[in-house]
Design a protein around this ligand. Structure first.
Ligand SMILES: [Zn+2]
Length: 352
């Protein structure tokens, strides 16, 4: 299934066939653009593809078998120690910076200037000097201008691989100078299948595929992240109890209001997002769309929490959650905002 007869490569990439095909053909024909722009949601595999492309460009193997994955160049690109491949990201900027302050929430002009001087040097070992710039949507305004200069007149051996979330959010001057590679989430069954191949049990593979919504790189990361999975399970359990029991809900409101007042606003927002996710799942389940349910592992607990869930009640509960998010954003007292939310939820006894 899914194997194309015209497949010309053996890149170690799951899905994203047309993108990989395009890049593999470019490598094999030697017709390389000076700039590529990879866009798509975080965790969809943009970095993996950009890095694999970089490998293919500098690999020592014959053109047809690039990237071989085993030569010294391939290995060192993987380790981040190959001299002709440079990666710039918010993370790398933070790691190399003395000051870990708010200035590090954007890619600074200093970082782009450093990159420009490094790409102005001829490649040391390969035909190309490849610069991977992650988080292009987080480049500061003045750094954009510096980046643009490199895009406008790149040395002949330079290939820039830009990574961003939304194509439309980038300046036209950047977009028009790049070959655009758009990456979409993969289908859920494909992600689940890949996780199973890596030894994840059926149900867990299905759950992770749902939670990550087809973002394969995120799914593979989450698969091994027991701490995050455990935290998620605990939060979900608590949220299900809130939905099933008004007393639990009111106790949780007190706790969350305290957490909010102590400054952990993001945490409270995440809890409300989770509640929205669960109400949404319930809505989809009641509406007869079980395939679209995200938190599939608790849908049984949710439906049995109250017999006869009504669509209108669930919709009202959802609206109340969104209203709470809004109220908190305009500084309504947290306890009031959260209380108002839960009292609009349908009561277990009155359902149906
Ligand atoms: Zn190689």
């Amino acid at each position: 299934m899914g194997t194309s007869t015209t497949q010309v490569h053996n890149w170690p990439i799951i899905g994203h066939e047309s993108a990989v095909d395009q890049l593999a053909r470019a490598v094999q024909s030697g017709r390389i653009n000076h700039a590529y722009l990879f866009t798509g949601p975080d965790g969809v595999g943009r970095r993996t593809i950009a890095r694999t492309f970089a490998r293919a460009l500098v690999c020592d193997a014959e053109l047809e078998s690039r990237p071989c994955g085993t030569c010294s160049a391939c290995r060192r690109v993987g380790e981040g120690s190959y001299p002709d491949v440079t990666t710039v990201s918010l993370e790398s900027q933070l790691a190399s910076s003395e000051r870990k302050d708010s200035r590090n929430t954007v890619i600074s002009i200093e970082t782009i200037r450093e990159l420009r001087s490094s790409v102005s040097l001829r490649p040391m070992e390969s035909d190309w000097r490849v610069a991977i710039i992650e988080d292009v949507d987080r480049v500061s305004r003045d750094a954009y201008d510096a980046l643009l200069k490199t895009l406008e007149e790149p040395p002949s051996y330079v290939v820039l691989l830009l990574i961003a979330t939304e194509f439309a959010a980038l300046p036209e001057t950047i977009r028009s100078r790049c070959r655009h590679i758009s990456l979409e989430p993969l289908s859920r069954p494909l992600v689940a299948e890949e996780l199973r191949k890596r030894g994840v049990a059926d149900e867990q593979a299905d759950l992770i595929a749902r939670l990550t919504r087809g973002r394969i790189a995120r799914a593979i990361e989450l698969m091994a992240d027991e701490e995050t999975l455990e935290q998620r399970n605990e939060s979900v359990k608590r949220a299900v109890e809130m939905i099933g029991d008004p007393l639990v809900a009111l106790a949780e409101v007190r706790r969350l209001a305290d957490v909010y007042r102590r400054g952990q606003r993001d945490h409270v927002q995440q809890e409300i997002d989770l509640l929205i996710g669960l109400w949404r799942d319930l809505l989809l389940h009641v509406a007869g769309r079980p395939d679209d349910v995200t938190n599939i592992d608790v849908i049984g607990d949710l439906t049995s929490a109250g017999p006869g869930w009504q669509l209108a009640d669930i919709q009202r509960a959802l609206e109340a959650c969104y209203q709470a998010l809004h109220d908190l954003s305009v500084n309504v007292q947290p306890r009031l905002a959260l209380n108002t939310m839960v009292i609009q939820w349908p009561e277990p006894g009155n359902r149906g």
